[in-house]
Structures are given as C-alpha cells and as structure tokens.
Ligand binder design. Structure first.
Ligand code: AMP
Length: 193
C-alpha cells in the first residue's frame, strides 16, 4: 500500500468548505487505496481527514510529538500512531517513504511544512510530487509569491515544477498517479546561474 502524506490545518473554526475538502480528500484517498500519513491531530482539517478515512475503513497513520500528546491533541481513534521526540523528527517521518505529498488549506504549521518540502525537493533530497489543493483560491497569494521568486530570479524557471496545483480534492488521485518524480540529480540545477 502506498503512503500519501497530507499537511493541513489544525483549526476547527475555518469556513466549512475547507473542512469539507478534507473529508473529500479522505474519501478519494481511501477509494484509491492509499494510506494517509498525517500529523496525528484530532481537530480541524486534520481531524476531519482522519475521522472520515477511518469511517470508510481506510488506513491512517499519525505522527505526533510527545509534547502534543501531553496536551491531548492526538486523534484517539487512530491506532497506527507514531510518537516522536520533536517537530523535526515528525517532519522527517511524515515524508519518509511517501508516494506524494498533498497540501490542503492551513495555518502557519501547514505553510512551514509546505515550504520545508519544497526546499528539500529543490535540493533533490525528496523526489515525490507535491500537490497543492487550492480550495476556493486559498493559496492564490502564496502561488503569486512563488511566481515572484522565479520572475525575480530567486530560483530557476524549472523550479515552478516543484509543486502542482489542483482546484479540488477530487483531482488529487488522478494527478498523483500522472505526475513525474523529481530528478534525484536536482542538486545539479538547484542553484541560480
Ligand atoms: P496549522 O496549519 O498551523 O494549523 O498547523 C498544522 C500543524 O501544526 C500540524 O501538523 C501540527 O504540527 C501543528 N498543530 C498545531 N495545532 C495543533 C493541534 N491543535 N493539534 C494537532 N496539531 C497541531
């Protein structure tokens, strides 16, 4: 079974369309027989994602640091839960052996996770597709910023292929099977010349 890593919000107070997208993504991934690997949280998009997948008898793996377990942030229904020492270890395990990374709307934690994987991929340290689900145009300002990085030569035009944008969760499974993996020799063209 292939693992798909999902980064998304912990906030439960966001507009329903964002929460519904997490449920839809869970349905799509379970239907296509992927294991969902995520941050292990119980609330927000994270909670909706895991709960919906479990309702459908899907496979869900959570990876959560001890300090979040202590404040009872972990999803009690997820039995495949890995406890780690810190955020760095968590991020490493979240992307290890994953077939693709999917990013839903989120806050600063989600954006940090997204930028870490974009940066690792640019350096050839990871090679899997990174799919951004642009629910209701949530990521438009960030995508503009990424374009600016290329336009103003902070990175190369090739680097626009580090990420792939879809409009909704229903497009994720189709995209992740078609998208090529990144070159393991990416370090050779990582620098702007
Ligand atoms: P954010 O996008 O800021 O909501 O953060 C999502 C990420 O932040 C998760 O991967 C966690 O690292 C962390 N996080 C923040 N708040 C929580 C919470 N209440 N429960 C679980 N994880 C959380």
């Amino acid at each position: 079974m292939k693992n798909v890593t999902v980064f998304c919000a912990s906030s439960p107070k966001v507009k329903p369309e964002y929460l519904e997208e997490a449920a839809k993504l869970a349905e799509e991934l379970v239907k296509a027989d992927y294991r969902i690997v995520y941050g292990g949280g119980e609330v927000g998009l994270m909670g909706v994602l895991a709960t919906r997948a479990l309702e459908l008898q899907g496979q869900v793996r959570g990876i959560i640091p001890h300090f979040m377990v202590e404040v009872e942030w972990e999803h009690k229904g997820v039995t495949d839960m890995i406890h780690v020492n810190d955020m760095a270890e968590r991020k490493k395990l979240l992307v290890k052996d994953s077939h693709a990374i999917v990013v839903l709307a989120g806050g600063i934690g989600t954006l940090e996770e997204l930028f870490e994987v974009l940066s690792l991929k640019k350096l050839g340290q990871i090679v899997q597709p990174i799919i951004i689900v642009n629910t209701a145009g949530f990521f438009d300002p960030l995508l503009q910023m990424l374009d600016k990085l290329v336009d103003e030569q902070f990175m190369r035009a090739e680097h626009k292929q580090l990420w792939h944008v879809v409009a909704s969760a229903s497009e994720v499974c189709g995209a992740l099977e078609q998208l090529p993996r990144w070159s393991a020799n990416a370090i050779e063209f990582a620098a702007v010349k």
